[in-house]
Design a protein around this ligand. Structure first.
Ligand SMILES: [Zn+2]
Length: 248
C-alpha cells in the first residue's frame, strides 16, 4: 500500500514539479573519485548472466563493485532471472545504480522523455532491492544541461569515468591488459573505471587481471559512493515481492 501511495505522489510530482525545466539546479557530474587511494570498478549494461561470477571475483579480491543497470536493454529488469541478479549484487554489498531504462542517448531527448528513462528504472531498482539509487550513469556518458537538470530534480548524481578498458567497443584482451599496465605504471591517485557486465572476457580474463594489478599497487577497491564520499541511495526500505506491476 505504501508503495502505491509513493507511486501516486511521484506521479503527481511528475505532472507538476517536473514540468518546468527552466532555472533548475544542475546535477553533479562525477568523473573521478575523491577519496585518496581508492578505485571504483563499475559495470554497465546489466543485469546479465555474468553478474554472479563478477560478484564472486570481486568478493575474492575484497572489492566492492558498482553496477549501473538498465531497465530494458538485454532483457526486462523484472524478469525473474534479472531481478534475482540485481538482488544478489545488492545483497552482496555492491552498489546498485541506474543506467536508465532503455539505454538511449539522453542528450537527444525532451524533458519528459529524460524523466521517463530515469524514473522507470529507479522504481524498478527500488522494488527489487528496497534501495532508491542516488547515482545514474548516462548511456554513452552523454548528457547536456537538460539532463543535468532532470537528474538534479531526481536526486541523481551523474557518474562517468576516467578510465575504460574498452571492452564493449572491440578492444582486444591483450590491448586491455596493456591499457591496465599503462594505468598501473602511471599510478593515479584514484581511478574510476568503466567495464561492462555483458562481455564474457571481462568476467573471465580482464577483471581478474585488473584486480590483481590494482591490489598489487595498493589501492582500496570500493564503490562509487565510497570513493566520492556520497550516499549510494536516497533512501532504503524493504524490497517488494513481484506483482502485476513487474513488467516492461
Ligand atoms: Zn551502457
Amino acid at each position: 500500500m505504501l508503495f502505491t501511495k509513493i507511486s501516486v505522489v511521484l506521479a503527481t510530482l511528475a505532472a507538476s514539479v517536473f514540468a518546468a525545466p527552466h532555472k533548475r539546479q544542475l546535477a553533479q557530474v562525477i568523473t573521478t573519485c575523491t577519496e585518496p587511494n581508492t578505485v571504483a570498478l563499475t559495470f554497465d549494461d546489466g543485469p546479465y548472466y555474468y553478474i554472479y561470477d563478477i560478484s564472486r571475483t570481486l568478493a575474492a579480491a575484497n572489492a566492492t563493485g558498482t553496477f549501473f543497470f538498465n531497465g530494458n536493454n538485454y532483457g526486462c529488469i523484472y524478469n525473474a532471472d534479472n531481478a534475482k541478479r540485481i538482488k544478489y549484487a545488492h545483497d552482496h554489498g555492491h552498489q546498485v545504480a541506474s543506467h536508465t531504462w532503455g539505454h538511449k542517448d539522453l542528450a537527444t531527448l525532451t524533458w519528459d522523455e529524460i524523466h521517463d528513462e530515469m524514473w522507470r528504472v529507479e522504481e524498478a531498482l527500488l522494488k527489487i532491492t528496497g534501495a532508491y539509487p542516488a547515482f545514474t550513469r548516462p548511456p554513452f556518458g552523454s548528457y547536456n544541461d537538460l539532463v543535468r537538470q532532470a537528474a538534479a530534480v531526481r536526486g541523481q548524481a551523474l557518474a562517468n569515468w576516467d578510465f575504460e578498458t574498452g571492452d564493449a567497443v572491440g578492444v582486444t584482451v591483450p590491448e586491455q591488459y596493456a591499457k591496465i599496465d599503462e594505468l598501473i605504471a602511471r599510478h593515479p591517485n584514484t581511478i574510476l573505471s568503466l567495464q561492462h557486465e555483458t562481455i564474457a572476457s571481462t568476467m573471465t580474463e580482464v577483471l581478474p587481471y585488473f584486480l590483481q594489478q590494482l591490489q598489487g599497487a595498493g589501492y582500496r577497491l570500493v564503490s562509487v559512493a565510497e570513493c566520492t564520499g556520497l550516499p549510494a541511495y536516497q533512501y532504503v526500505t524493504e524490497p517488494q515481492q513481484p506483482d502485476e506491476t513487474w513488467q516492461c
